[in-house]
Design a protein around this ligand. Structure first.
Ligand code: GLC
Length: 412
């Protein structure tokens, strides 16, 4: 009798002792499918190894910023506790914070990151998300073709147009299907930047202290510039159907001289499936006339869902993934731009992505799209108008007037 009791007691103790190891915390992180989920997985494996009792699964979805936003908006509106950490496009933390969808990090000092990301993730004086990786728009060009014609990378849009025309004339029929310039004319998030690049280049801003600060003439000039590329045959006729990854694929297939794209494209251009590996240059985007060369700030952030049932663990994971070691790992293995300035001079980073040396000043001077909880509406107005002008439905003047009146109602 006593013996049986002792055995039971011993078994009970074993079960008790074993309990903590089995009380696993299951976390789920949403990662943009375009931004190296497989490489993030390796970092999560390392995290699990360092944190016994925590398991992290990745959920991916949507190939573009818009489709991801649609999905996440549905999940968060339903207060779904299923996702713990969310990778968010840099344009979204303000909206998520205003909706109460993310948990804040009141103690977190964001000054370790590039200033643009510290700013994008601070709302009301508090960190509302933590930087995952940096991004900006660049001008990719065919180095081999510019060298052949003795052309330097263009610093203005006029120079770019002249360069495209010179190469097209020189290449003759060999260039029959070579587009001069590919950019985003489809009504997608990237088209917001399409509009803003030449607009900003004229020294203008769109929003000041949360209110619209619109320069209509500058807007007309921006829209007219893009339309002129189509009318002059430098961009293809159906540019209004071109999305970010279309530009990437066409440039990669050797069908484009100049391409505007985000940093993710670079790795594809060097890959085994690329027709242009080793022939690609990267430069700052050109200016409008004598204006400033501007880029559009991109990037992705980690937010912690306010509906996560594992707040502490989720925050700990977000902090880890946003740390300098992981930023370096993702730069070396995933070609994602670091959010720490010092990593742009790191020998390991530069060995795997030499062009990051030139990327830092671009990221540092890139301009941010308006930070507002109503960004979705702002974006919709701009991108549909850019698309309407490029497809010939509206003139640049009509487009600028529409943007002004619609934004005025949103940003009152
Ligand atoms: C890139 C940028 C992001 C931007 C998106 C548009 O992923 O990092 O900020 O909104 O492209 O497609």
């Amino acid at each position: 009798m006593r013996k049986r009791f002792l055995i039971r007691a011993a078994l009970g103790a074993c079960v008790l002792a074993a309990t903590p190891a089995f009380a696993e915390t299951q976390l789920k992180i949403f990662v943009s499918s375009q931004h190296q989920p497989d490489v993030w997985r390796k970092e999560l494996d390392a995290y699990e190894a360092k944190n016994p009792g925590v398991k992290v699964t990745i959920e991916t979805g949507g190939n573009t910023s818009e489709t991801q936003a649609q999905y996440l908006n549905t999940v968060m509106s339903a207060k779904d506790p299923n996702l713990d950490v969310l990778m968010l496009d840099v344009i979204r933390p303000a909206q998520y914070a205003a909706a109460g969808w993310t948990t804040h990090f009141p103690e977190k000092d964001l000054s370790v990151y590039l200033p643009a990301y510290a700013e994008a993730n601070t709302i009301g004086g508090e960190a509302v998300a933590l930087p995952a990786f940096a991004d900006a728009m660049f001008l990719y060009y065919r180095k081999d073709l510019l060298d052949k014609y003795g052309i330097a990378p263009p610093k203005t849009w006029d120079e770019l147009k002249a360069a495209a025309q010179k190469v097209a004339a020189g290449e003759g029929s060999a260039a029959a299907d070579l587009q001069g310039l590919s950019f985003q004319g489809k009504a997608i998030e990237g088209a917001v930047c399409t509009f803003l690049l030449p607009y900003w280049s004229q020294g203008k801003q769109l929003v000041k202290d949360g209110k619209l600060d619109f320069d209509k003439e500058a807007a007309v000039r921006s829209l007219a510039l893009w339309k002129s590329f189509v009318d002059d045959g430098v961009a293809k006729k159906n540019i209004s159907e071109v999305a970010t990854d279309d530009t990437r694929k066409e440039f990669q297939a050797g069908k484009v001289l100049f391409a505007i794209n985000w940093s993710y494209a670079w790795k594809h251009f060097q890959g085994p499936e690329s027709a242009v590996a080793g022939k690609v240059g990267v430069a700052r985007l050109p200016a409008l006339g004598s204006g400033e060369q501007s880029s559009c700030l991109g990037g992705w952030e980690f937010g912690v869902s306010a509906y996560s049932q594992h707040q502490d663990e989720a925050k700990k994971l977000a902090e880890y993934l946003s740390g300098q070691e992981v930023s370096k790992y993702m730069a070396v293995n995933g070609a994602l731009l670091p959010t720490y300035a010092s990593l742009y001079g790191d020998p390991d980073v530069l060995k795997s992505a030499p062009w990051f040396a030139e990327a830092l000043p671009v990221v540092e001077t890139a301009r941010a799209r308006p930070v507002t909880p109503r960004y979705n509406e702002v974006s919709e107005v701009i991108r549909t108008t850019v698309n309407a002008v490029l497809s010939g439905v509206s003139t640049p003047e009509e487009g600028a007037a529409q943007i002004e009146s619609r934004l005025r109602r949103i940003l009152r």
